[in-house]
Ligand binder design. Sequence first.
Ligand code: JFZ
Length: 503
Amino acid sequence: MAKSSSAISAHRAQFQQTIFTQFCLISLLCLASFKLLANGDESDASAAPALSQSERMQWWSDARFGMFIHWGTYSVLGGVYKGKDYSKEFSGASAEWIKNRAKISDDEYVKLARQFNPTNFNAAEWVSLAKAAGMKYIVITAKHHEGFAMFDTKVSDYSIMKASPFKRDIIKELADECRKQGLHFGVYYSQKIDWHNEKHPGYYDLLKGQISELLTNYGDIAVMWFDMGDGNTAFNNELGALVRKLQPKTIIGSRLYAGKMPDSEKKYADFKSLGDRSVATRPVAGYGECPMTTRLNWAYAQHDEHWKSVKLLIEYLVVDAARGANMLLNFGPKPDGTFTEQDTERLKGIGKWMAVNGESIYGTKASPLNYDFPWGLITQNTGLKRLYLHVLKWNPKGIELTGILGQPSHAYLLADPARKDLVVERNGDALTVKVPAAAPDENDSVIVMEFADGIKVDADAKSGFHWKPTPVMGLSEKSGGKTTADGDTKKAGGSEKSADEGQ
Ligand code: JFZ
């Protein structure tokens, strides 16, 4: 029997309703299954094998070169308090210790925060400077011994957001900019010394709270650069475990622990932080990093004229790399948020050399020889089957090296775009590279030697470590330099540890 039009439209409406209901049910089922899958994936992710240390360290080891930044309310004083300059008063200096050295009361010192208003701070400029200099990572003081947090912490009011007129999260702005420009971002965190909070009954909770904030609110934190660990190994390990839990890829420095502790007991340390202002004096076992200053002080100091030249800083970078260590080169920005002109000049000078010679640093390993030469040192890239001879002292009569077997298939100056072949003569166990009369680079001229069959070393070859870093004020005493003002005996913080002993 034919249906009436109204019956047909009622039937159609019922049919459409059924379809819609079914569609919703199917959508919900799909959503539920995706969620389940995701959960399943998450559970797979949570079951993912823990990251090995070598996986965690790969980018860091390849990077070889990073930027260290010491910046805080101490920068306002620039090493001077009530007319007295404390930036040279004791071993290792340094302007960020001024509260301690000038014996400034906490009530007096916290007033500095009200003057910390770096209106010229521009994260893009800082990160661009580091990138152009060839640096692959930045580590900045999120909280130094003064206890002032350079980030939006909720566990203390002594921070850039609540105690300073600036009220911008420096750590967030730099972390975001590093991510944008492709640099790894890390933070220095003083966990043992905190002259403002350490007497706080819940100090350990404050530490764990701030470390959790840093590892939760700022994206990937590539490095946690703890400083001056104490003997409380259980607590140090608790902090290490907290970092691992929150961000398994975060690299942890050895200063989470007391320097004198055996490396084997530093459970969460991924790399050995060598002595302040040190240069590797011997090949470093495992992963090592030498923190270095461009002058004497770490933080900005108005009257610190102990500047290191571009040539010297490149020498130190090369010596560290040739001995298997990274160099973390420090800068102390001014209280207005800009770098000093001298630091900017050094960054540009190093960047010019790195633009031509970066291949001889990035992704390299320590020399295959357990010695070096009066003319300089060697890095190697085994994957490329290349040796890089860093000739710091040019010799127009030729550059001689021993301990390498066979004949290079190709040898050329890294600075030569044409890669014109250089003559390499063998005389017994020595190879001599015939070179132009003038060194192609005033800082470090790099000769590349390629070995088609791979780099082979004469295991019996012996010699010495000829290369001693050029001694200057602002180089650790163990590395051959001086960090004590004449006649000074007082020590700042830890003793001047040897570069070899590390932290
Ligand atoms: C620490 C800080 O006290 C200093 O202000 C700066 O931040 C530097 C990078 O690290 O200084 C130290 C830490 C450890 C030793 C010496 C100085 N040590 O163990 O010899």
